[in-house]
Design a protein around this ligand. Structure first.
Ligand SMILES: NC(=O)c1ccc[n+]([C@@H]2O[C@H](COP(=O)([O-])OP(=O)(O)OC[C@H]3O[C@@H](n4cnc5c(N)ncnc54)[C@H](OP(=O)(O)O)[C@@H]3O)[C@@H](O)[C@H]2O)c1
Length: 340
């Protein structure tokens, strides 16, 4: 069972309420236009209140920041504050906040460990989404939920579009697909966003971290590093993913959308870019899934096409080089702050 660490029995008493007027540009300097944002918001939302679950995660932290910058009244909840597997907690929390939009950035993301504890994965990624969807119905809120490129089997050999049929290959992937179904079964206007290989500066502080941090840790140890070359995804920079998510919300988008990093790349190729951006040169060699066995099966090619998102006039994702450069900048700011 999941513990209720830090909840102290009082549901929602300790939520973070942040209200301030937003700025006019996103992380990439795109002019978002406050007035335009407000007009769009008034058209599609009945209030400016947004509740974000999983706010301590890589994406959750960026969503709190982006919605706040754009002037929304944001209530962010870490797992210690609200455990989404507890239906009563979720229900009371949303009754208290009464948001127009509920964002679920909480997830169980341990792909290999899920093979040993599929119930836990299903509880958080599947059944908890049902809790959120039912509670959203009660307060008439729009649910935004995140899913994964791993719902696909990777056999298409091209970037996946929203109309492609999912075929998950393991417990984590099945649990995430169940979450998608729950969100859309109980709500007609849910927005489900599939993404891929998320990395954001909050990963420096989370227990799970991200691929970039793992690579940099291995590089610091100095030993040889082997990374699979026969698995291709689209690594996605969390701050831009958050920004594009808010764009979709402000356009009233519903249904299924893909937001990946925009460019397919193998994990080996991605490691090369990470080390180049970090200015380090560890001994790096390609490997493959035959040599590097994992508990969970993964799709060989799970890059996501962003064409549907872009067809709404939303800016494309930055190039991988630009995004990793921004990550390194944000990272050095964060590590600098931590040292001073
Ligand atoms: N990371 C990736 O590579 C990746 C790839 C594809 C899709 N996605 C999807 O993208 C979304 C965001 O991922 P992310 O990278 O931001 O994940 P993350 O950094 O691992 O954050 C997930 C957050 O969810 C919280 N959480 C876990 N169980 C919870 C519960 N029962 N109640 C409340 N909060 C809970 C975690 O808290 P604790 O740390 O305290 O457990 C953590 O803060 C997720 O839907 C994920 O499945 C991620």
């Amino acid at each position: 069972m999941i513990s209720l660490a830090g909840a102290s029995g009082g549901v929602c008493l300790s939520f973070i309420l942040v209200v301030h007027n937003g700025s006019v540009s996103d992380h990439l300097g795109n002019d978002l236009g406050n007035d335009l944002g407000n007009d769009l918001r008034n058209d599609v939302l009945n209030s400016d209140r947004v509740a974000i679950f999983g706010s301590g995660g890589q994406l959750g932290a960026e969503l709190v920041a982006d919605f706040t910058r754009r002037g929304y009244a944001v209530s962010g909840f870490t797992r210690g504050q609200v455990d989404i597997t507890d239906a009563a907690q979720v229900e009371q929390c949303l009754a208290h906040v009464d948001p127009a939009v509920v964002i679920n950035a909480a997830a169980y993301n341990q792909v290999d460990i899920a093979e040993k504890e599929p119930q836990q994965a299903f509880l958080i990624n599947g059944l908890a989404v049902r809790n959120l969807a039912l509670a959203c119905r009660q307060v008439d809120a729009r649910l935004v939920h995140f899913s994964t490129d791993y719902v696909f089997d990777g056999l298409a050999g091209r970037s996946y579009v929203e109309t492609d049929v999912p075929r998950p290959l393991g417990a984590y992937a099945v649990s995430k697909l169940a979450g998608e179904f729950y969100a859309r079964a109980y709500l007609d206007n849910a927005l489900v966003i599939r993404t891929s290989g998320v990395y954001g500066p909050a990963g420096l502080e989370t227990a799970r971290g991200n691929f970039v941090e793992m690579m940099l840790r291995l590089a610091a140890k100095g030993g040889p590093i082997r990374v699979v070359e026969d698995h291709v995804a689209s690594p996605t920079y969390a701050p831009t993913l958050a920004s594009r998510t808010v764009d979709l919300v402000e356009r009233g988008a519903q249904g299924l959308f893909h937001i990946g990093g925009g460019a397919p790349i193998s994990w080996f190729g991605w490691a090369v870019k990470i080390f180049a951006a970090a200015g380090v040169h560890p001994p790096l060699k390609p490997t493959n899934e035959r040599e590097f066995r994992t508990a969970a099966r993964r799709p060989n090619y799970s890059a996501l096409s962003n064409a549907k998102m872009e067809s709404l006039g939303i800016a494309p994702m930055p190039s991988l080089d630009e995004a990793i450069g921004l990550y390194m900048l944000a990272r050095s700011r964060k590590t600098g702050e931590a040292k001073s």
